[in-house]
Unconditional design. Structure first.
Length: 94
């Protein structure tokens, strides 16, 4: 049992039963964690701010989210860097 009182093994087993038969999905290779990573990626790809993503996944700070999901949140970070480039280059649309 984890601190929330949930048995991780039972959760994985039930999750794999639920996705069994889904086209193109090998239940032996999927866990609930993959859904979490997909969730973060989709939010990031659609411009959701890092602070909101961090809150939605239950992290205490954006630093935790950045450390765990750096690959998934790269578009958010890139978007911020692009905005800063426009600001400091004097782009009037910034």
């Amino acid at each position: 049992m984890n601190r929330a009182g949930i048995d991780p093994s039972k959760t994985r087993r039930n999750f794999r039963k639920a996705i069994k038969g889904a086209p193109g999905v090998d239940p032996a290779k999927w866990t609930p964690r993959e859904l979490r990573h997909s969730f973060v990626s989709l939010l990031s790809d659609h411009g959701i701010p890092l602070e909101e993503i961090s809150r939605l996944v239950g992290h205490s700070s954006t630093a935790v989210t950045e450390a765990v999901y750096l690959q998934q949140i790269r578009p958010v970070l890139q978007g911020g860097a692009t905005a800063m480039d426009r600001i400091f280059d004097g782009d009037p649309e910034a």
